[in-house]
Design a protein around this ligand. Sequence first.
Ligand SMILES: *Cc1c(COP(=O)(O)O)cnc(C)c1O
Length: 462
Amino acid sequence: MKYVSTRGQAPALSFCDTLLAGLAVDGGLYVPSVWPRIAHGDSAAPFATRAAAILAPYIGDEIETKTLGALCTDAYASFRDPLVAPLRELGENRWLLELFHGPTLAFKDVALQLVGRLFDHVLTARGERITVVGATSGDTGSAAIDGVKSCRNVSMVILYPQGRISEVQRRQMTTVDAANVHTVAVDGTFDDCQDLVKAMFNDAKFREAHRLSAVNSINWARVLAQTVYYFTAIEQLHRVDSPPVSFSVPTGNFGNVLSGWIARRSGANIGHLIVGSNANDILTRFFETQRMTAADVVPTLSPSMDIQVSSNFERLLFEMNHRDGTVTADQIARFRTSGALAVTPAQFGEWIRPVFRGHRATDSETLEVIARIHREHGVLIDPHTAVGVAAAEACATDDEAVITLATAHPAKFADAVQQATGIRPELPAHLADLLTRPERTTQLPNDLAAVQRFVANVSATR
Ligand SMILES: *Cc1c(COP(=O)(O)O)cnc(C)c1O
């Protein structure tokens, strides 16, 4: 299996090289050169077994079947629920897929627990070391840290905006006791943190000297690992041969919903993909107007979706352009300068209308949904999941089977849940003492030279 860039100007890479590269050298994102066909499997098989079978055709012969199986087993043993991604019925034709039973209580664990182990396996085999640098506005940082904290060949530096993430989110990063993990509180915003990371990557000498790598949501292995639960959810429901099942996905960077599109493309029995957004609704507006126009980010009750540029959309755009990298690169460049991107009615009719639906939920609708789901079903859901439930209700017919992805544990966003229901959800036992654990972090100014000095001091190549 080879991987090609969505902008058509980078060399094709193997799976393992794609894993380590993150972004392509032409600025594009890697996609497989062909979409393999993947069969639905045994609903009684363990999640890790299904994961290895579903991922294998995308990985090719670079990682042995037995090794891939062992990596998956190890990754998913870290989940508190033996099913890893269990379904919960929420009334007629409606289900939640609980993706928050991993170590850091958000769906990102499903991918990052495996990606950390893949990194370690590939780097050990090659005798190499890397420095992972990332910026986080909350959930990605803790999931990435937990995924790589036991990797011997990775040093990790995560930047977060000082005072702008929740205490639970910060403590999930700063209380991790691992010598290879470093958190930095930057005196600035999330965008400042992201700009610092981009600047380090654009400094070719620095990037090479410290073997920088990324685990942000444009990393192909993350998108790929997320395709697994779309298959297993349909199998758990015994809906493999019945009318297709639709999914409602609370969306920020278009990563999770793109994974659903890939699962559908490779053979999962999926009907519609319903995209739920909060007030940051660039995708919902695109589905309404066939035009993508950038807007300013506004803070909401579902902060992990407070994103206005959905980077992973470029992978779908590449398909919509019939895999023409030059056309795709052109469109993205124009979007960057003009803030607008339009597709043709033919492209919209072929790729978007038959598959995607979109709904935007305001914060007050989000709170109403949290309260109503608790009243009617006795279940507490977090504000991101509530956006997904609202979108399922707005976009699906009564006779359509819909699974909403529950992307975070309610205790991770306890303030919003308490505001809606009067009940404060409790952290699971393994995090019960989170608020009293000692923290370790470094405060730095929003200054590239200072951050680079810090990274150089802790880098994997020092
Ligand atoms: C990251 C995140 C999302 C958005 O996922 P994308 O892949 O960026 O669309 C939704 N909900 C939660 C809880 C998250 O952490």
